[in-house]
Design a binder for this molecule. Structure first.
Ligand SMILES: Cc1cc2nc3c(=O)[nH]c(=O)nc-3n(C[C@H](O)[C@H](O)[C@H](O)COP(=O)(O)OP(=O)(O)OC[C@H]3O[C@@H](n4cnc5c(N)ncnc54)[C@H](O)[C@@H]3O)c2cc1C
Length: 492
C-alpha cells in the first residue's frame, strides 16, 4: 500500500470538514459483527455516483458485480416530479456537453430524461466587460471553415438541464436495471479497515458504518461524495487548491421573449466582468438560468434586493459599463430607476446581448462559494474518487459536472478491463489506468478555467489589450475557434 493511503496519513491532513459531519476514523473496526460484503460501494448519489453505478449495471461485463449506493440525502425526495410545470425550473442547472449526453445515451439513461425541460443551445456570445471585445461560437459559422458542410454536422453546443433532471434520469435507469442496494438517507458515520476473521479476511478492505449502524465492506470503495469527500479523507488523499473569494449567484429568470434567435436557435451569453463572469443560459420557453460570479459581499447584497432591483441589476450586468456597475453595487436601494436612467445614456447593440429579464422565479436566488480543488490522485488501495470528490472547478466554462461524467465512464471502462482480465478490481494496479486517463485531462481543464478567471480579473493595463487581441484573433481564425468549440463540447 503506498504511504499516502495509510490511515495514519490522516494525521498529516486533518479532516476538517469531516469533523463537522462527526465522521470518526478508526484504525480497525471495533465491532465484531461481519459486515455485508460488496464488490463496489459508491458513497454519493449525485450525478457522478449515479452515472458510475448505471454504467456498471448497464455493462454485461460488470453487471454481475454486487454494488451498493449510500447517500445521506433522501434520493426519492430529490427526484423531479412527473407533473413538474414548465413554468418553473430549478436554480441548479448545468450545461451538459454532447460528450456527456452521448455517455448518458450509451448507458440507456438519456431516454428517461424529461426532454421538454432540456434546452439545447446553438450559439454562445462571450465578451470582455472592459474592452467589449467579443467572440461568438456557433457551429454554423465555424464548421464551413473547418470542413465541408454535411447534414450530420452537429449544431448543438451544449444542453441546459436541471441537475435534478439528471439525477432523476439516472435513478430511473438504475431502477429499470435493478440490482443496486440503495442506502438512502444514511450518512457515512465512519470508515475503517476491516478485521481478519477465520472465514473472511477484510483487513485491507474499507468497511463503512452508516448512520443506521449498518456496516458495508467494499472490495472497491468509490468516493462520489462531493467536494468534502469523507472517502477521500479516509484514503488520506490530499486535495489541494484555494478559495476564489467569489460566490456563484444563481437564479431562474423570466425573459421578455424566447431569445433573439427564436425558440429553435438558442443563445448562451457570458460577459467577463472584473469580479467574475455573468452568464445567462437558455432554458425552455422564455426562461433562462443565471450564474453570476461575484464577491461574497456583492452576492449577499444582490440576494437581499427586492425583485425589481435585482432584475435591474441583472440587466445592468449585461448592459452597463464596469464603472456603472461599480457604482450600482454601492447603492442600498433604488437600483431599478438608476439602471433605467443609465441605460438611456448607453449605446447598445441589443441583438448581441440577452433579451431583457422581466422577473425572477421566486425562491431561486441563491449563491455558492467557488473554489478550486484537485486531489493528488484519484485512486488508492481499494479506493477511487469521481466527480467533485476528485476535483472542484470554477463554473465559468460549465465543466464540473461534465468532468464527473467523464470520470464515471472512464472508471466503468477500468473496472470492466479488470473484470475481463481477472484482476482484483480494488487493487491499485487495476485502477491505475483510470487515474492516468482522467487526472491529466481534468488538470488541464482546471488550469484553463483558473487562468481565464485570472486573466479577466484584470481591469486595466496591457493585459486588457492583450486579452482583447487574443479574443479577436481566436474569433477570426476558424480552426482555432473550432478547436475551442470541440474542447467545450467535450471532444478532443
Ligand atoms: C454555481 C454553479 C454552477 C455550475 N454550473 C455547472 C455547469 O453548467 N456545468 C457543469 O458541468 N457543472 C457545473 N457546476 C458544477 C456541478 O454542479 C458539480 O460539479 C456537480 O454537481 C458535482 O456532482 P458530484 O456527483 O460529483 O457531487 P455532488 O452533486 O456534490 O454529490 C455528492 C453526493 O454525496 C452525498 N454525500 C456527501 N457526503 C456524504 C456522507 N458523509 N454520507 C453519505 N452521502 C454523502 C451528498 O448527499 C450528495 O448527494 C456548477 C457549480 C456551481 C457551484
Amino acid at each position: 500500500m503506498p504511504p499516502r493511503l495509510q490511515l495514519n496519513a490522516l494525521a498529516a491532513f486533518p479532516p476538517l470538514p469531516i469533523v463537522r459531519l462527526r465522521v470518526q476514523f478508526q484504525r480497525r473496526l471495533a465491532s465484531s459483527s461481519t459486515p455485508d460484503i460488496y464488490d463496489v460501494v459508491c458513497v454519493g448519489g449525485g450525478p457522478a455516483g449515479l452515472s458510475l453505478l448505471t454504467g456498471l449495471r448497464n455493462s454485461k461485463i460488470t453487471s454481475n458485480l454486487k454494488v451498493a449506493l449510500v447517500d445521506g440525502q433522501d434520493l426519492q425526495k430529490n427526484r423531479l416530479r412527473k407533473d413538474a410545470s414548465l413554468e418553473s425550473f430549478s436554480n441548479r442547472c448545468s450545461s451538459l456537453t454532447p460528450a456527456s449526453v452521448k455517455n448518458l445515451q450509451e448507458i440507456g439513461a438519456w431516454s428517461h430524461a424529461a426532454q421538454a425541460r432540456i434546452q439545447p443551445y446553438q450559439e454562445m456570445q462571450v465578451w470582455d466587460g472592459i474592452s467589449g471585445a467579443r467572440i461568438s461560437f456557433d457551429w454554423d459559422s465555424a464548421r464551413p471553415i473547418l470542413s465541408p458542410r454535411s447534414p450530420t454536422q452537429p449544431t448543438t453546443i451544449a444542453y441546459m438541464i436541471e441537475n435534478i433532471n439528471i439525477t432523476s434520469t439516472l435513478l430511473s435507469r438504475l431502477e429499470e436495471l435493478g440490482g443496486v442496494h440503495i442506502f438512502s438517507s444514511q450518512n457515512v458515520s465512519s470508515i475503517a479497515l476491516g478485521t481478519e476473521a477465520p472465514d473472511v479476511d477484510l483487513s485491507s478492505w474499507p468497511v463503512l458504518t452508516l448512520s443506521s449502524g449498518k456496516q458495508l465492506a467494499a472490495r472497491l470503495l468509490v468516493g462520489a461524495d462531493g467536494a468534502n469527500s469523507p472517502v477521500r479523507t479516509f484514503a488520506g488523499i490530499p486535495s489541494r487548491g484555494f478559495d476564489y473569494s467569489r460566490h456563484g449567484l444563481v437564479a431562474t429568470l423570466k425573459l421578455a421573449g424566447p431569445g433573439w434567435g427564436g425558440p429553435d436557435h438558442k443563445i448562451a451569453y457570458q460577459r467577463f466582468l472584473p469580479t467574475g463572469p455573468i452568464a445567462m443560459l437558455p432554458l425552455p420557453g422564455n426562461v433562462a438560468s443565471l450564474v453570476w460570479s461575484t464577491t461574497p459581499e456583492r452576492a449577499a447584497k444582490l440576494k437581499a434586493l427586492p425583485e425589481s432591483d435585482f432584475v435591474a441589476m441583472v440587466n445592468a450586468g449585461f448592459r452597463l459599463s464596469a464603472t456603472d456597475l461599480e457604482f450600482l453595487h454601492t447603492m442600498s436601494s433604488g437600483q431599478e430607476e438608476e439602471v433605467a436612467w443609465r441605460e438611456q445614456h448607453t449605446s447598445l447593440d441589443t441583438h448581441t446581448i440577452p433579451q431583457k429579464v422581466t422577473a425572477v422565479q421566486s425562491g431561486t436566488v441563491a449563491s455558492f462559494p467557488l473554489k478550486l480543488r484537485h486531489a493528488d490522485t484519484y485512486t488508492g488501495e481499494r479506493v477511487a474518487l469521481v466527480g467533485d470528490a476528485a476535483h472542484t472547478i470554477h463554473p465559468l466554462a460549465g465543466q464540473g459536472l461534465n468532468q464527473g461524467q467523464g470520470d464515471a465512464a472512464a472508471l466503468v471502462r477500468t473496472i470492466s478491463r479488470a473484470v475481463q482480465t481477472g484482476q482484483d478490481i480494488g487493487s491499485v494496479l487495476a485502477l491505475e489506468s483510470y487515474n492516468s486517463e482522467r487526472y491529466a485531462e481534468n488538470n488541464a481543464m482546471l488550469g484553463i478555467c483558473d487562468k481565464l478567471h485570472r486573466l479577466y480579473s484584470v481591469e486595466s493595463g496591457p493585459v486588457v489589450g492583450l486579452r482583447t487581441w487574443g479574443l479577436k484573433a481566436v474569433d477570426a481564425v476558424g480552426p482555432l475557434k473550432g478547436f475551442f468549440m470541440n474542447r467545450a463540447a467535450g471532444g478532443v
